[in-house]
Design a protein around this ligand. Structure first.
Ligand SMILES: [Zn+2]
Length: 379
């Protein structure tokens, strides 16, 4: 029934892993039967290891919806409630395979339509959708086969493919199934079966002035845009968007701090003069959201070492890599291309902010808040 073509290197090792994957007969797409189990396996592992309580979470997802974007791509926006504050924190999820454990959990007495309205469905909704696991809607693409998904997903069955992965040498490259359809797997896609790349994560604090108000006092809007751009390019990632305006002091107090900054005080001193801490943010809710999404190993987009320490604090979350966020205006100064810098105020993508206030703000972050970026020598 099945012809398996094995490359020579597969037989040179005793550490080859054989993974049985079953594919639907007439649909090249990998379709999970029970995606709730699959999507939340990492979260379940975190629960099992004691990092969070399964029935008493600090934060839980109440709704999810697809957000199409102007370039044709899309992501899912998730709303979280929590026990620490009254704010609705958010997660921008750039992957079908990253799912919320709390959202997918079946609630007592709810109907299929209740679950659809909450966003606890698979694939994409259509006018004809009536069930969260409608097979016609379960079009999780084969491209979404992260290692977690691929190694734990239970597939619908009729044809069986035997896949051989060599942990040291890489996977076999060609498989044949009974209908003589040859499946060629690229090295990059199958390598991820043995060692997945941890997802990109940005833990971003709300900044009304920088993201909505076109302010050039900070680079928050630029950072949010860049994080989203990187996640779209990678096809995976999560922005945890925390409602922590003004490093936790709120918009009203932030405006008072701006007045003090215009008097010559820097962003740290202005906060202190208002009887606030330099940075009053905490990250327990972010930790809870990451664990709810099954993300206990992440590549964190940040320049802030304090954020790394707080995300890892008292949790099983591990920042396996820090991905720096270099301010575009400073990058241009270092490269001598600032003359080409195009300022796009309020643009959805490639928003660039520059100016004296921004330079002052960024220098304070480096000099007084340990941020890990280099100040251009000309400043
Ligand atoms: Zn800002």
């Amino acid at each position: 029934m099945i012809t398996l073509i094995r490359t020579a290197n597969i037989f040179t090792t005793t550490r080859a892993i054989i993974i049985n994957i079953t594919l639907p007969d007439h649909n090249p797409t990998l379709t999970p039967i029970n995606p709730q189990v699959t999507a939340t396996s990492a979260a379940s592992a975190a629960v099992a290891s004691g990092s969070t309580k399964p029935d008493d979470p600090l934060a839980w997802c109440t709704a999810r919806a697809r957000i199409p974007t102007p370039d044709g791509s899309e992501y899912f926006l998730l709303i979280y409630e929590n026990k620490l504050d009254k704010k609705e924190h958010l997660a921008f999820v750039f992957s079908d395979s990253i799912r919320s454990r709390s959202l997918d959990k079946v609630q007592p007495g709810e109907t299929e339509m209740d679950r659809i309205k909450r966003g606890a469905y698979l694939g994409r909704l259509q006018p004809s959708t009536t069930a969260v696991q409608d097979q016609n809607q379960c079009n999780l693409a084969a491209t979404a086969t992260t290692a977690t998904t691929a190694t734990t997903m239970t597939m619908t069955t009729t044809s069986v493919v035997e896949m051989v992965v060599d942990q040291e040498q890489g996977p076999s490259t060609v498989m044949e199934v009974e209908d003589n359809m040859a499946v060629t797997l690229s090295a990059s896609s199958t390598t991820s079966l043995s060692k997945p790349l941890a997802p990109l994560v940005r833990i971003h604090s709300e900044c009304f002035t920088g993201e909505i108000g076109h302010s050039a006092r900070c680079d928050c809007g630029e950072q949010l845009d860049e994080a989203i751009r990187l996640m779209k390019a990678e096809g995976s990632g999560v922005v945890v968007y925390l409602r922590q305006e003004g490093r936790g002091i709120g918009l009203g107090e932030k405006l008072k701090a701006y007045n003090l900054q215009d008097l010559g005080y820097d962003t740290v001193m202005a906060n202190l003069l208002l009887n606030h801490g330099a940075d009053e943010r905490t990250y327990e809710v972010a930790q809870a959201i990451l664990l709810d999404l099954g993300l206990d190993e992440i590549r964190l987009l940040t320049n802030n070492p304090d954020k790394i320490e707080q995300v890892e604090l008292s949790s099983n979350i591990k920042v396996v890599e820090r991905v720096p966020m270099v301010p575009k205006s400073w990058e241009a100064i270092v490269q001598g291309t600032q003359g080409n810098l195009e300022v796009k105020e309020g643009a959805v993508e490639n928003k660039i902010v520059k100016g004296k206030e921004l330079d002052r703000y960024l220098k304070v972050k480096v000099e007084r808040m340990r941020h890990l970026i280099s100040i251009p020598t000309s400043l």
